[in-house]
Design a binder for this molecule. Structure first.
Ligand code: NAD
Length: 385
């Protein structure tokens, strides 16, 4: 079948198997350039198929020489529809890792469920004995709770509605968007989905099974961002969940001090991923950020961020801010970067956006996420989906 991109709003409903393989191959090549450093050798990655989780899995495999167990929730092809990008990425990653002599096993299912946790624990017992690193990089729209009820996360403000500029991803026009305020229940549900509860459930279950090695490290990812996005992100419903995630990191380090577990939040840079493209205001900010950071020679994608996290910041004495967080957004938040964005934000409109923002890079990265737009992939060719 010839696979073409079908974009609907902020999502592409098709994915290209060969293009996804190319995306994984390029990320692996980027990590290999760094060479190896000493690090954990048995790593569990929860949310391992796309975005920051996939880049983490690649960085620890090719940077530490680690074996990895991955968990993700992806859709397989039914023969007519393509699989999701994360499904193809996982197949491609396993293929490359095995060819290069690294252990790689993946579970496809609901990471919130007890069932997947049990299967993963069994696998760790049999194949690893124990893990020395647990990366929690799940970004999900909803969660089925242990009692069977389902809760959904929302991307809303807390308190007052918020109006600001956004980019209409169908037309590249700059428009105003009003983000409504979440009610208490929606905030609570967002915290249940994207906060630290499930991270803690994983660590607790792994510890009870005795499969966490003494002195292991666990990481989860967060975002803070500039003032223009605070109402929708840092102070919004997702920000409440991220605060809970941070509080959980402190709690985990205390609660599991007996096994020397160190829990960190890495505050990552804003990037195009399937999750971030869905947040109002953020894609416009990201395309401005790309322009400014590229001009300053500071641009990084998921894999560059994760290479710097695992091969630099986490090696030796872990570099943190005064709250114990690892700041991967250090370049993004540089004053000169933020000032340049603030200078143009108020005046930007549909006429000037092409010049001031790097819309091309935004769309290139968007298509790359689904395996499209690589110059060395023949998209006219029939492929096995
Ligand atoms: P993503 O959408 O690319 O990846 C999400 C991953 O979670 C995928 O592997 C997916 O399969 C998995 N997943 C979703 N639901 C699942 C479920 N029920 N069970 C098992 N796996 C499930 O997202 P991302 O942007 O890489 O986000 C990862 C983390 O990084 C999140 O905590 C996010 O908030 C954070 N972060 C993202 C950005 C950004 O700009 N994208 C910036 C800073 C921090």
């Amino acid at each position: 079948m010839v696979v073409e991109p079908k974009v609907k709003g902020f999502i592409c409903t098709t994915a290209h198997p060969k293009g996804c393989e190319e995306s994984v191959r390029r990320q692996i090549a980027s990590t290999k350039k760094f060479g190896m450093v000493e690090g954990p050798k048995r790593v569990l990655v929860i949310g391992s198929s796309t975005g920051y989780g996939l880049a983490s899995r690649i960085a620890v495999t090719y940077g530490y020489g680690a074996g990895t167990i991955g968990v993700a929730f992806e859709r397989e092809s039914n023969g007519k529809r393509t699989a999701t990008a994360g499904w193809y990425n996982t197949k491609a990653f396993e293929k490359f890792a095995k060819e290069d002599g690294y252990y790689a096993k993946s579970f496809n299912g609901d990471g919130f469920s007890e069932e997947i946790k049990k299967q993963v624990i069994e696998c760790i017992r049999e194949d690893f004995g124990q893990v020395d690193m647990i990366i929690y990089s799940m970004a999900a729209p909803r969660r089925t709770l242990p009692d069977g009820t389902s809760v959904s996360s929302v991307l809303k403000t807390v308190g007052e509605p918020f109006t600001n500029k956004t980019i209409d991803l169908r037309t590249n026009e700059i428009k105003e968007v009003t983000v409504p305020a979440a009610n208490e229940e929606e905030v609570r549900a967002t915290v249940q989905v994207m906060g630290g509860e499930d991270w803690k459930d994983w660590i607790t279950a792994l510890n009870e099974a005795g499969v966490i090695k003494q002195g292991a490290v666990t990481l989860a990812y967060s975002y803070i961002g500039p003032v223009v996005t605070h109402a929708i992100y840092k102070e919004g419903s997702i920000g409440h969940a991220k605060k809970h995630l941070y509080d959980t990191s402190v709690e985990l380090s205390e609660q599991f001090a007996n096994i020397g577990l160190r829990a960190y939040i890495a505050v990552n840079k804003a990037l195009v991923t399937q999750s971030s493209a869905a947040i109002p205001v953020v894609p416009l900010y990201i395309s401005l950020l790309y322009r400014v950071m590229k001009d300053a020679g500071l641009h990084e994608g998921c894999i560059e961020q994760m290479n710097r996290l695992f091969l630099d910041k986490l090696v030796g004495d872990v570099e943190t801010d005064d709250q114990g967080r690892i700041r991967m957004d250090d370049y993004e938040m540089k004053e000169e970067v933020q000032q340049k964005i603030a200078d143009v934000w108020d005046g930007i409109d549909s006429g000037s956006v092409q010049e001031l923002a790097d819309i091309k890079e935004f769309w290139d990265e968007f298509y790359h996420m689904f395996g499209f737009g690589y110059d060395n992939v023949d998209y006219t060719e029939d492929v096995e989906i």
